[in-house]
Design a protein around this ligand. Structure first.
Ligand code: FMN
Length: 340
């Protein structure tokens, strides 16, 4: 079977720039939207690690339209995060369109707007948003058209999809060309069906099929946890870029591994320095209490990589304030340098 083409000749070449409509990304490694994770501090952190495009987590279009303060916080970002995409979710096309309009009227506007047509979480799906849009392709297309209209060529509009709702469905393939026809500038596919949540493996044959059906860029998402995995997906699908998500949790160095810009075998000191930087960023963003709570999960992911015993990780996670966390990490640094 023909491998669809992404214009890259040989090699992984993820360090080459790519375009979505008029927007140029410096490389082809994209940080995927992750609810509860990809806030400002995390995005800036991954940007420093080299990500070529970052996304906010999904933001409720209803929250934007009702001018909910907490929702509006999700729209804040720093210049250094550019190029940045804001991802919107809602069930109703006109709400998505109105929210897009409001986002683009803000003082600082994102470089791209994305629509979530993939979230499988019950809380979202039961409102008709996220992957529920796949159950109603006509509404999904109207939603995209409404956002494209609101964007009025100021920024490109993209859509992030799952393959379908249940096994055997290929809704993304049905929708791809229709979304392109209403002016969507790129598609991102996470080729699992919604009922799978995150189980099993992503079926990138679906991504390859989508790439063959459209001429806009396709970003492949799902199960990228190493350069070898990314190379296999890029080769198999002909995708234009690759998205990283769970793979960078506790391992932001995955980005440099994909770009081949850095070392991937890291000593404890580098991992601890990175963690401390993330701690600074996240406490500055969220305040000490929320920041430390958020940080605890990431701490576990990082330290498992260093093979720190679970008991030690547990002790470090129990630390209360930011000073206590910092002191615990410095103690660990001393312990690690003692270990041959
Ligand atoms: C904790 C978490 C939160 C996520 N939140 C979102 C989200 O808000 N919007 C979205 O489109 N995808 C979301 N995703 C899906 C990811 O962007 C990505 O498509 C998926 O995890 C598959 O990629 P991976 O195997 O590299 O993790 C989330 C995934 C995780 C693990």
């Amino acid at each position: 079977m023909d491998v669809p083409t992404n214009g890259l000749s040989g090699g992984l070449a993820l360090d080459r720039s790519f375009r979505i409509a008029g927007l140029e990304m410096p490389n082809r490694v994209v940080l995927g939207p992750m609810a509860g994770v990809t806030g400002r501090a995390f995005r800036r952190h991954l940007k420093r690690h080299g990500a070529g495009l970052v996304f906010t987590e999904m933001v409720s279009a209803y929250g934007i339209v009702y001018r909910n303060r907490r929702t509006e916080d999700y729209l804040e970002f720093e210049q250094e995060e550019r190029p940045l995409g804001v991802q919107l979710f809602a069930a109703e096309p006109h709400v998505l369109g109105e929210a897009a309009e409001l986002v683009l009227e803000r003082e600082r506007t994102p470089d791209l707007l994305d629509i979530n047509m993939g979230c499988p979480v019950r809380k979202v799906v039961k409102t008709g948003a996220g992957s529920a849009l796949l159950a109603d392709p006509a509404r999904a297309v109207s939603a995209a058209a409404a956002v494209v209209r609101a964007a009025a060529a100021r920024v490109p509009v993209t859509v992030k999809l799952r393959s379908g709702l249940v096994p055997g469905e290929h809704t993304a393939l049905e929708l791809g060309p229709r979304l392109e026809a209403v002016g969507v500038s790129a598609l991102c596919l996470h080729p699992r069906v919604a009922s799978q949540m995150y189980r099993g493996t992503a079926d990138h044959a679906e991504t390859a099929a989508l790439k063959r059906l459209v001429s806009i860029p396709v970003i492949a998402s799902g199960d990228v946890d190493s350069r070898a995995a990314a190379a296999a997906i890029m080769e198999r699908t002909g995708a234009d870029a690759i998205m990283v998500a769970r793979g960078v949790l506790g391992n932001p160095w995955l980005v440099s591994e994909l770009l081949q810009t850095g070392t991937t075998v890291l000593g404890g000191a580098a991992v601890l320095d990175d963690l401390l930087e993330l701690l600074e960023g996240v406490t500055a963003e969220m305040g000490q209490e929320r920041g430390v709570r958020w940080f605890r999960t990431h701490l576990g992911w990082y330290l498992k990589r260093l093979r720190v015993p679970a008991r030690r990780i547990g002790e470090l996670r129990a630390a209360r304030g930011v000073e206590e966390v910092r002191a615990g990490l410095e103690r660990l640094r001393r312990e690690l340098t003692l270990t041959p």
